[in-house]
Design a protein around this ligand. Structure first.
Ligand code: SF4
Ligand code: SF4
Ligand code: SF4
Ligand code: FES
Length: 972
């Protein structure tokens, strides 16, 4: 390997958070178009009608004191600190609750006002500990600021009277502390929990002096609280405070970056002390989250510095050998020599790469470039294969673009929301909060899901209008039944279809769904859903105003996943629900960069920008740019790579950030395939399940240690900014993940001449029409950009397909229901379906190494009491689950959330072996596994399955080979 140094200066000026943007205007902005002019302290200002006097003052640069107001919440008017005088009006109105009026003259600073404010502050301070100097938020406390702002110098009431100073702290939440002695009962936390998060976990109990904030009946941890942090964010005192701030003190600088977890793509300010993150604060200017967060992004970032991180490159000849820690140069050279050896012996097609949706766009791009241009094959795939590949296929066919059509904000214009096979409050919590807000405003809700997700009837002030609790595997039948009602009851928006869609395809589809075999009555038994309920839901969807569909893996991870996606697009087009705010087809992407990893050419048949590898123009473009001949044959998908490896024909794999052993179906098939390979290179933070079968381990960098971009479920490209140096520092040099891939390329004789991740984005933009206008500089300027971003849409495209579909005319596809071959029978009479939970993320490699385990430390199996009773199973019993693929053992949880005949589990813990039981069945078009339907039997057992016993021994040995003992590798 040549002497290359990829590390560049990593702390450019632009990465710092712009605090002017974070100003608190006290009350939310008014959306009125009508303008009103007034005078405040002799300053003329014109603002939208409905703006509060407080907000207008702050916009004019005048800071009115405030405590109970903050601009993320509706005004409440309880503290009386913000009083003002208005000429010609009596009294001293609160500026936060008083709207502006044309021509009024407002005074914010008079002797009388100063007197009132000092009196108010005096009352607060007389019941507040005077420990400012030792308080964790000293210097970052609104109460302290306000005491200074109103000129409070003494407290006349003394501290001897009745007070709350001895109130007991609630430390039950792992991430934040609640110290009632510091509470001023401003109710910001209660309102944040209601308005921002929509959980309603907090109340003000008692009256007058007795009033206090209460979380449930005992404490925060045992309450309904989901630890989103909104109350902590809203609290103006040190009452609710992050424990990391108590431990480390107030941060001193901040860098804006993007959450590394789910497809919502929340923007955060990483608040730092030196190179140490003190807290992650949601960015109020974040396009996807507008200042909100969930427990993962807000608090669960400690994995980045967890002791389990492997920070040294390692190599070994066989998976039966101990790992040897080596220098970067030795590891890269060893990996490259193995790739060369395998190429010489078995040929290019025996090698490939897998990227992850946890990688940045830039990392995915360089990895697929390495595989195509340097390995010389199109054998590159991504974990979207096992989640949203049917979305890519189905939407490309029908509307011409493999992406969701809307922004998240669009939901605020929806009148009817249909959720199919998704669980937003767990999987996409920040978007769910926004959706819940719209539902509380009155939007109607249809849920199609075998299981009663929280939004069905377990969310305060929300109840689904229709829960279509279909049997797993029958999505296509349901979509046809809904479409049947729309077509046969004259509910099609014919004008829209005539103008925007291929009429011939519509007629074929219309005639197909109109057949009696597709009626709700004909399909009711197969679906297990009352026909009348389906009819009513279809009518509501077609006639209820703006109707939007949100769907998730409950749609895609089926043998007919692509068919359902096309059926969803058919339904949206037939009812005219595409191409404006409030409607659309919205795939909720699971991981942070599912959209981006697909956009970046990480599928074996497509270059970046979804251009087929057999397209001569695309091939010529990339050959010219990359300077290497490229193959026009589509490469292998992940399941094909694994099948061929099992048969002995696929020998080398470069796996970046993906854990196929835990996340792909039929675990034993995956491990057998890996055992058959001669060179498995894993690049990751931890010795994950796949790394236990590897020969080379490249320690990766966490999202806090690198620069790049993620693209969320609404096509929003957001910056990931480096806040600390990579921990994989060996010999004085640590590397970002793209640099490791570039070093591999260089060791294989191909120079990737980038100095910074921004150079990679420049190359992507030059080669990808939908990214033409994207650059790091523009991201700095705009915060985030929704692609397409090009000459026609220089600042991006929030809503797609407005005047015409990307493919020109929308195309209807016939979606014939073909029942899965994975049927129940006497041996396997139940259906297992899977999902995720709020506190854990995907394979759990990150969240299991945080305090989130307080909420979910093991995967359990939900089983209906009827099925449990039949088998003598009680809540908490260990039960064996066997399928045609394998067997595992999990603890039972009896619940009526699941219907009889269906069991449900999550897959966040490797020892659960959820994928030991899932089968090789997959979507006909994309090979996306049929995770959601596995025929199983369950019975009470009292010991682990054979696979689990083997797993335990094997993983302990592998940890020992890496110099870790199993105990040390457990959650801290
Ligand atoms: S905990 Fe904080 S936000 Fe809540 S009422 Fe007390 S001071 Fe206000
Ligand atoms: S952390 Fe979130 S859910 Fe919990 S009480 Fe605070 S606002 Fe409510
Ligand atoms: S909703 Fe998703 S992106 Fe936002 S903080 Fe939570 S995990 Fe991160
Ligand atoms: S800030 Fe207006 S009454 Fe509290």
């Amino acid at each position: 390997m040549d002497d290359i140094k990829y590390n560049t200066s990593h702390q450019p000026e632009h990465s710092r958070t712009n605090y002017d943007d974070q100003l608190d205007y006290g009350t939310p902005a008014s959306l009125s178009n009508k303008q009103v002019s007034l005078t405040i302290d002799d300053r003329e200002i014109t603002v939208p009608e409905g703006t509060s006097i407080m907000r207008a003052s702050i916009m004019a640069g005048i800071n009115v004191p405030k405590l109970c107001a903050t601009d993320s919440l509706e005004p409440f008017g309880s503290c009386r600190l913000c009083v003002v005088e208005i000429e010609g009006r009596r009294g001293y109105p609160a500026s936060c609750t008083t709207p502006v009026a044309d021509g009024i003259k407002v005074h914010t600073q008079t002797a009388k006002l100063a007197d009132i404010r000092r009196g108010t502050m005096e009352l607060y301070i007389s019941d507040h500990p005077l420990d400012c100097l030792t308080c964790a938020t000293n210097g970052d406390c609104e109460l302290q600021d306000m005491a200074g702002a109103v000129g409070l110098r003494e407290v006349r009431y003394g501290y001897d009277g009745e007070n709350h100073l001895k109130s007991v702290k609630d430390e039950s939440n792992p991430y934040f502390s609640f110290d009632p002695s510091k509470c001023i009962v401003c109710s910001r936390c209660v309102r944040a929990c209601e308005e921002t998060q929509g959980t309603f976990a907090l109340t003000i109990s008692g009256r007058g002096f007795e009033s206090k904030v209460a979380a449930g009946v005992t404490n925060f941890l045992d309450s309904e609280c989901v630890s989103c942090g909104a109350c902590v964010q809203a609290c103006p005192t040190a009452t609710l405070i992050e424990k990391t701030v108590i431990d480390h003190g107030v941060p001193e600088h901040s860098v804006t970056t993007t959450c590394a977890y789910c497809g919502v793509g929340c923007s955060f300010n990483a608040e730092m002390k030196g190179e140490e993150v003190v807290r992650m604060v949601p960015n109020k200017n974040g396009g996807a989250n507008h200042g909100h967060s969930c427990v993962k992004g807000r608090f669960a970032w400690g994995y980045a510095t967890h002791q389990d991180r492997i920070t040294t490159p390692m190599i070994r000849k066989s998976i039966k050998d101990e790992w040897q820690s080596v220098s970067w140069e030795e590891a890269i050279n060893y990996a490259a020599s193995e790739i060369k050896r395998i190429e010489a012996k078995y040929g290019k097609d025996a090698m490939g790469g897998i990227t992850s949706s946890r990688c940045t766009n830039e990392e995915v791009y360089v990895t697929q470039k390495l595989v195509r241009a340097v390995f010389g094959t199109n054998n590159v795939d991504t974990c979207a294969r096992v989640c949203h590949s049917p979305t890519g296929y189905g939407l490309k066919q029908t509307i011409g673009e493999s992406a969701g059509t809307q922004t998240f904000d669009s939901v605020m214009q929806s009148d009817v929301i249909m959720i199919i096979g998704a669980n937003p409050t767990d999987g996409h919590p920040v978007f769910a909060s926004q959706m819940k807000r719209r539902l509380r405003e009155g939007a109607k809700l249809i849920i199609a899901d075998p299981r009663a997700i929280d939004l069905v009837e377990n969310t305060p002030h929300i109840r689904a209008d229709y829960h279509l609790n279909l049997r797993p595997g029958t999505n296509v039948a349901l979509i046809s039944a809904l479409a049947h009602v729309v077509v046969t009851e004259g509910l099609v928006k014919e004008d829209f279809v005539k103008e925007r869609c291929e009429w011939d395809s519509f007629v074929l589809w219309r005639d197909f769904v109109a057949k009696s075999e597709n009626s709700p009555e004909a399909l009711a038994d197969e679906l297990g859903v009352d026909a009348n309920k389906i009819r009513q839901a279809a009518r509501l969807f077609a006639t209820g105003g703006n109707a939007a569909i949100y769907y998730g893996l409950g749609v895609t991870e089926h043998s007919q996943g692509s068919t359902t996606v096309m059926g969803i697009a058919n339904l949206a087009m037939a009812t005219g629900n595409v191409g404006r705010e409030g409607v659309g087809i919205n795939p909720l992407r699971g991981q942070n960069n599912v959209q981006g990893s697909c956009d970046m050419g990480s599928m074996p048949h497509e270059y970046p920008g979804y251009r087929h590898v057999s397209d001569p123009a695309a091939k010529a473009l990339f050959e010219a740019a990359w300077g290497r001949p490229l193959s026009d044959e589509p490469g292998l998908r992940i399941p094909n790579m694994l099948d061929l490896a099992s048969e002995g024909h696929f020998k080398a794999l470069y796996c970046v950030g993906e854990d196929i052993v835990q996340s792909d179906p039929n675990t034993q098939h995956v491990t057998h395939a890996l055992e058959n390979m001669e060179c498995v290179i894993v690049q990751d933070l931890f010795l994950n399940e796949t790394a236990m079968y590897a020969h080379v381990f490249f320690p990766g960098a966490s999202f806090l240690e690198k620069s790049g971009t993620f693209t969320n479920a609404e096509r929003r490209i957001s910056p990931v900014r480096r806040v600390m140096a990579p921990k994989n520092n060996v010999g004085g040099q640590g590397y970002e993940d793209w640099e490791i891939t570039a070093m591999m390329a260089q060791a294989l004789g191909y120079k990737m001449d980038y100095q910074h991740a921004s150079d990679i984005m420049d190359e992507i933009a030059a080669l990808t029409p939908t990214f033409k206008g994207v650059s790091f500089a523009k991201l700095d300027q705009l915060g985030s950009i929704q692609w397409p971003c090009n000459d026609d849409y220089p600042t991006g495209t929030p809503t797609m397909h407005i005047d015409e579909f990307v493919r020109g005319k929308g195309k209807f596809f016939i979606t014939k229901y073909v029942p899965t071959t994975e049927r129940v029978n006497a041996k396997y009479p139940l259906i297992l379906t899977t999902g995720r939970i709020l506190s854990q993320y995907n394979v759990g490699a990150q969240t299991r190494r945080t305090k989130n385990v307080a909420w979910h430390h093991e995967d359990v199996v939900e089983i209906h009491p009827h099925d449990a009773n039949e088998r003598g199973i009680k809540d908490g019993d260990w039960i064996g689950i066997s399928s045609r693929a394998g067997e595992t053992v999990l603890r039972a949880q009896l619940t009526e959330r699941v219907q009889a005949g269906v069991i449900y589990t999550t897959f966040h813990h490797p020892e659960s072996g959820a994928n030991v039981i899932t089968t090789d069945n997959s979507d006909w078009a994309t090979n996306c596994p049929e995770f959601k339907v596995t025929a199983v039997q369950v019975s009470r057992v009292n010991q682990l399955s054979d696979w689990q016993l083997h797993y335990k021994t094997f993983s302990e040995a592998q940890l020992a080979f890496a110099g870790r003992n199993a105990e040390a590798a457990k959650i801290d």
